[in-house]
Design a binder for this molecule. Sequence first.
Ligand code: RNT
Ligand code: ZN
Length: 425
Amino acid sequence: MNKAPERKSKTNRAFVLARERYARVGVNVDETLKALSRIPVSLHCWQGDDVGGFENFGGALGGGLVATGNYPGKARTPDELRADLEKAYSLIPGKHRLNLHAFYGEFGGKRVDRDEIAPEHFKNWIAWAREQGLGLDFNPTCFSHPKASDGFTLSHRNRGIRQFWIEHCRRSREIGAAVGKALGNPCVTNVWIPDGMKDTPADRQGPRARLAESLDAVFSKKLPPKHNLDAVEPKLFGIGSESFVVGSHEFYLGYAVSRQKLLTLDAGHYHPTEGIADKISSVLQYLPEILLHVSRGVRWDSDHVVILNDDLLAIAREIVANGYTRRVHIGLDYFDASINRVAAWTIGTRNLIRALLIALLEPPAIKAAEAAGDFTARLVWQEESRTLPFGAVWDQYCGQQGVPVGEAWLTEVRHHERDVLSRRG
Ligand code: RNT
Ligand code: ZN
């Protein structure tokens, strides 16, 4: 039932009409689709196994991260995770990236602690990425570990524990650089730590001073930016760190600007009504590049599957309308264990790409009206453009890129579920 060859060649009638409609509002659809195909999205490996990782001593998920649900068939080995990722990539139009966490290394049954990881533990991932034509991004894993069990890592009051995590993060950067070198494009290595407190701290200053010092130690070795780019990720609160997070937004904004690191804006890391779209052009006044963790907060959770809502459209619009597609590295970050995990990746990534498409199809009249001071016309164009026929353009793009059109991809996920996932114990 795979309809790929047929899909590829057809130009559907709805698309022809849509292209004409867009031409009338000054948008060249063919150019738009070319531009869209050049924007990579970094899929987060951790949706595939509920942020479990492949260490041989790990333990439960920690650091305030919680994956709820028990949908059957989660990946238990690197090969299973890669098989699931291949299925997801085959349903997502365009060429993309994979975002790996350190505890997804392949340690050959040995106990390799976090301060011992090295590029060799990722050689299969690198070989696979090269074969699949994917870029790779990386993250130190500063959670789900006995030395993070009291909720502190790089800002810990104990020097030895700080040193352990500094070493882990240093090694992660080296792995990032090795990956970037091997694949010929920069790896973004993103540092997120869970450090914080459930209840009101007596000392907010000490942990922050220690964190700044630890980060400087982590970043003390210069690595070529063509291989590795460093990013730091703030958060407002987490489960178990409701009252205090050491690496808050202001902390990392100051850190990133003063050290010229990438700042990571995670859509789920702010107050419930606070979006990240408006932050993009603010922080890019002072930073050359940033990383996004596109996610969706729902009440206490910051990691629901990304849907095509106003927040997502606003993020995509800010990237595209400001010409930031090269300065904003786009990653995803969510984990839902209550639905098919391959579908979760596919839903979120297709939505992100769809939002970028809608942004690329924005009629120039919106900006022109604003430049002319005509806010009435701006609002008219903004609202009328919501119902322009982007759906037909999206279908055409999927067909062109050789991936299923519309909900047809679910059938392929069901087959994967029947043939692969359901055979896992
Ligand atoms: C946690 C951060 C972080 C993690 C991943 C697993 O709140 O968003 O990015 O989700 O590193
Ligand atoms: Zn994140």
